[in-house]
Design a binder for this molecule. Structure first.
Ligand SMILES: [Zn+2]
Ligand SMILES: [Zn+2]
Length: 322
């Protein structure tokens, strides 16, 4: 435990110190915005990637989180708020705001792996009845999947395949399945396969698919995704590597595949993707049951991060509970 000098510290927060996870003591935050008493904060693959790549992380981690306000209202948080003024923000396309990335809580501002955090009031996502605040850290990654699927478009009964069964792949599969689309998924590890089956996903993609979702982001996953796509079909890139990868151009062109890459979340038909995600979590409780495999108290963050790296041992979504 590391103690900051100065003001009396009275809460815990998870930070990266020399690329290692540390629980530090800090004074309770204050400032503009709304105070959130965090109840759940998910560890994301991108948290692990940022740590491993030495990305400068000077703030409290955690962009997937939910909690309660001072008045007891339970909320999830959209960790990007954009500038609020530009054409993209006014349209609700916060993800396209030039300042969207820089507004991200848990990366460029203090995030939710702490007892408390202040957020912009525009970030609040009300939870429907039936969604526990302890599960609502899934709103953010589910919104990523919903945003991509809504942007590329999906008709009921279209055939969908998902390549990669980490949390984004499983959430995307759950979302297309709930849309009435038969969905197959390529899941490498047995725990991912059990979760996929429980979510109603087929483990053996057969035939050609109207929509293929790449939720792995590797070159081999992309090749597999193109192979699974029907002629004239659609390919959604929902995950990507930090490095450039090469495209199987000839195979894509010969099928005239429509390719779309999406980032985070915005809105569709006047509904924010985060609100659509909260609604779906409420109507499909099995999503949280299957996705959240581990829960740790905040002070055990180092163990939680080590667990999140171990997919073979069954980690899908590892959640910290301050
Ligand atoms: Zn994430
Ligand atoms: Zn903006």
């Amino acid at each position: 435990m590391i103690r900051s000098p100065g003001i009396e510290p009275n809460m815990h927060a998870v930070r990266s110190v020399d690329q290692k996870i540390q629980v530090v003591e800090l004074p309770e935050p204050n400032g503009s915005g709304v105070r959130v008493h965090v109840k759940s904060a998910g560890i994301c693959g991108s948290d692990l990637t940022m740590l491993d790549r030495g990305f400068p992380l000077s703030h409290t981690l955690g962009h997937e989180f939910a909690g309660v306000l001072d008045d007891g209202r339970a909320v999830a948080i959209q960790p990007t708020s954009g500038c609020g003024d530009c054409e993209c923000c006014v349209r609700g396309d916060v993800q396209l705001c030039p300042e969207s990335m820089a507004s991200t809580l848990g990366v460029f501002h203090d995030g939710g792996m702490a007892d408390q955090v202040f957020v912009d009031a525009r970030s609040l996502v009300d939870l429907p009845s039936g969604v526990s605040v302890n599960d609502a850290c899934l709103v953010e990654p589910l919104a990523v999947a919903i945003h991509g699927i809504s942007t590329i478009g999906l008709e009921a009964a279209e055939k969908v395949a998902v390549v990669g069964a980490g949390s984004v792949g499983l959430l995307a599969g759950a979302a297309t399945r709930s849309h009435g689309c038969p969905t197959a998924i390529i899941a490498r590890h047995p725990p991912q396969q059990y979760a996929a089956e429980a979510l109603g996903l087929d483990l053996k993609p057969e035939g050609a698919f109207d929509l293929v979702i790449d939720a792995a982001g590797s070159e081999s996953a992309l090749q597999e995704a193109v192979r699974l796509c029907r002629p004239g079909g659609r390919l959604l890139l929902l995950a990507w590597d930090w490095e450039n990868i090469s495209l199987p151009g000839f195979a894509m062109a010969s099928k005239e595949i429509h390719v779309l890459a999406t980032v985070t979340y915005g809105h569709h038909h006047g509904t924010r993707d985060v609100d659509a995600a909260a609604t779906l979590l409420g109507s499909e409780p099995e999503i949280a049951n299957q996705l959240i495999t581990h829960r740790f108290p905040l002070v055990d963050a180092a163990v939680a991060f080590a667990t999140a790296r171990n997919r073979k041992a069954g980690a899908i979504k590892v959640v910290l509970e301050p």
